[in-house]
Ligand binder design. Structure first.
Ligand SMILES: [Ca+2]
Ligand SMILES: [Ca+2]
Ligand SMILES: [Ca+2]
Length: 123
């Protein structure tokens, strides 16, 4: 039996990570990354937010710091949105993690809600 799933499915490309980075400048206080968000589902997605967190570990939890929020107006079937991330911090972010939470406020009901995080170690 094949399970038929209908709905948008927002996911990072590559799944689970950033397309580029995150890399820090020499002081470690500025980090850049590229996050590609794709709709691999079979229904267009409406507006949603992508939130970028700074974390000491690779897990998103309540101790992490929100650094940036992107508002995406929507993403049609098969479309990709590239988000260029630049975050600054008062101390070095090297060896910490940048975590992108796609549809962070769960505004889009998706066929798969378990592939919405992109995690990257800051170099
Ligand atoms: Ca998803
Ligand atoms: Ca964390
Ligand atoms: Ca969702």
């Amino acid at each position: 039996m094949t399970k038929l799933s209908i709905g948008p499915d927002l996911v990072s490309d590559p799944e689970g990570g950033f397309a580029n980075g995150p890399v820090s400048n020499p002081t470690g206080r500025r980090v850049t990354a590229l996050l590609k968000v794709m709709n691999q589902g079979n229904v267009d997605a409406g507006a949603f937010k992508v939130k970028i967190f700074l974390s000491n570990d690779s897990t998103l939890d309540g101790e992490d710091t929100l650094k940036k929020t992107f508002k995406v107006k929507g993403l049609p079937i098969g479309a990709t949105k590239s988000l260029r991330i630049k975050v600054t911090h008062s101390a070095s972010m090297r060896d910490k993690y940048l975590i992108g939470s796609i549809d962070a406020d769960d505004e889009v009901a998706e066929s798969n809600e378990n592939n919405n995080l992109a995690v990257g170690w800051i170099q």
